[in-house]
Ligand binder design. Structure first.
Ligand code: ADP
Ligand code: ZN
Ligand code: MG
Length: 467
């Protein structure tokens, strides 16, 4: 049986003000109902004025996806009643959306996938209900916050692919600087449509609303895929219904059947003129486009000689890619920088800020390269620097972690080890060349990991009379 999935994705655009008024759009930590005005509260007679910046951010997304920007688009009213919607309608674009077509390519299990975009349009967000023991409270701060809705074609073939598509989209949105696209904060939300069929024709789809984590997208779709497969297996028809998803119990919650489907009575928004994107305006937006993630990935491979795999991980987050480039500049060795960032830094990177400054890491890598400190001890100093905030080279200094490369001291160490391990020495002389490793290890331990391993084994070989 074939699974077919299409997504409708809402992305909050990072503007200073809301889509149709000058209220602050940064509602996340604001006290309830402090960021409102007559326009976003839908007071009679208040008139919306379109936010130019929101249009530009949406255009960036359209250009990045290769969509066809419509020179003239229009706003419509979508009418419905809900306590978080004070106007009784949402301003959206239904008949004439901002852009048509486009696609997003990404890699999954080493394979190239591509999902076509049907259309994308601008719309305003609604408020929020806060459920308490005494009843539901309403917070209007989010009313009128700008969203771009991206609707895909039904090109996705599995729940996992839906998740990977969304990840790739988040990476793109972050590189474009149009949104933080944090699903946990509701900056990226997804409604998922899914159908299953035996014959390759499009089957009847169901919809799962308001998925707000990557995990939820994959799990909810997997649950619904399973349900539809079983239903079809028993010969029963799939009905066109809408579900919610309960992440705690991992279950689909029926929200409405086809008969209960809303009639939104869309009509053109009479208070806004059509949106005209002139070729000049579009050209300006194009000029300001930042480097796209897939362009950056190719550049990392070309310019720094990184593998595809490493480059892909580094560009996943723009902050990560920026950090890598700063470290590379600071130490002059991009491949070393990539290796340290991927193997050491990512384990500790939790917040937006990297766990240690790029300059400090760059200096540490330089010290390893120039033989001032062993890799093992550098990692130890780095770990301590990350937990204490101290400079790693200061830690190396204070704790005497720098590389022991003084000939005399190394020789003394080697002589001690030779005297203390007659068995290994005998083995070596009898032809078991591997015994040298044991002796180096013993000397290493004595030095607290600081001995210059290369010089040390040279001296040992010399003492044992084999060089
Ligand atoms: P509706 O009119 O019900 O809103 P649309 O045609 O606008 O449906 O499509 C909404 C979303 O559902 C799109 O993302 C689209 O790709 C997806 N979709 C459409 N048909 C199917 C199907 N048969 N199976 C899965 N997804 C579908
Ligand atoms: Zn307002
Ligand atoms: Mg639709």
């Amino acid at each position: 049986m074939h699974t077919v999935i299409g997504l409708e994705i809402h992305v909050q655009l990072r503007t200073r003000t809301k889509l149709f008024c000058s209220c602050n759009a940064d509602y996340f930590a604001a006290p309830p109902n402090t960021l409102t005005c007559p326009v976003c509260l839908g007071m009679p007679g208040a008139l919306p004025v379109l936010n130019e910046r929101a249009v530009e951010l949406a255009l960036r997304v359209a250009l990045a996806l290769g969509a066809k920007v419509q020179e003239t688009s229009r706003f419509d009213r979508k009418n419905y009643f809900y306590p978080d919607l004070p106007k009784g309608y949402q301003i959206t674009q239904r008949e004439f959306p901002l852009a048509l077509g486009g696609e997003l390519s990404f890699r999954m299990d080493g394979e190239r996938r591509s999902v076509r975009i049907h259309e994308m349009h601008l719309e305003e967000d609604a408020g929020k209900l806060i459920h308490t023991d005494e009843g539901a409270l309403v917070d209007m701060n989010r009313c009128g916050v700008p969203l771009v809705e991206i609707v895909t074609e039904p090109d996705i073939r599995s729940p996992k692919e839906a998740r990977e598509f969304l990840r790739a989209l988040r990476t793109l949105l972050r590189h474009l600087g149009v949104s933080n696209a944090d699903m946990e904060k509701g900056e990226l939300r997804c409604d998922a449509n899914i159908s299953v069929s035996a014959d390759g024709e499009l089957g009847t789809k169901t919809e799962i609303k308001n998925l707000n984590s990557f995990r939820a997208v994959e799990r909810a779709l997997a649950a619904e895929e399973k349900r539809q497969r079983e239903l079809l297996g028993r010969g029963g028809p799939v009905e066109q219904v809408t579900f919610g998803w309960d992440e705690h119990t991992g279950t689909l919650v029926l929200q409405r059947s086809k008969e209960e489907a809303h009639d939104y009575r869309y009509f053109p928004e009479p208070d806004l003129v059509p949106l005209v994107v002139t070729p000049d305006w579009l050209a300006r937006v194009r000029e300001e486009m930042p480097e796209l993630p897939w362009e950056r990935e190719e550049r990392f491979m070309r310019e720094y000689g990184l593998s595809r795999k490493d480059a892909t991980i580094l560009i996943e987050e723009p902050a990560r890619a920026d950090y890598f480039e700063e470290v590379a500049r600071a130490c002059g060795s991009p491949r070393e920088a990539a290796s340290w960032v991927l193997s050491e830094i990512l384990r500790y990177w939790r917040d937006e800020e990297p766990p240690i400054g790029a300059e400090a890491l760059g200096r540490l890598i330089t010290a390893v390269k120039s033989g001032k400190i062993s890799r093992t001890n550098a990692k130890e100093a780095l770990e301590e620097a990350i937990s204490s905030g101290q400079d790693p080279l200061e830690i190396v200094e204070e704790r005497g972690l720098s590389l022991l490369s003084d000939e005399g001291e190394l020789r003394r160490l080697a002589e001690e080890v030779v005297a203390e391990n007659p068995k290994a020495v005998e083995d070596f002389r009898a032809g078991k060349k591997g015994a040298i490793g044991f002796l180096v290890g013993q000397a290493m331990r004595k030095s607290g990991g600081r001995a210059d391993a290369k010089k040390l084994s040279q001296i040992l070989l010399e003492l044992l009379g084999s060089s």
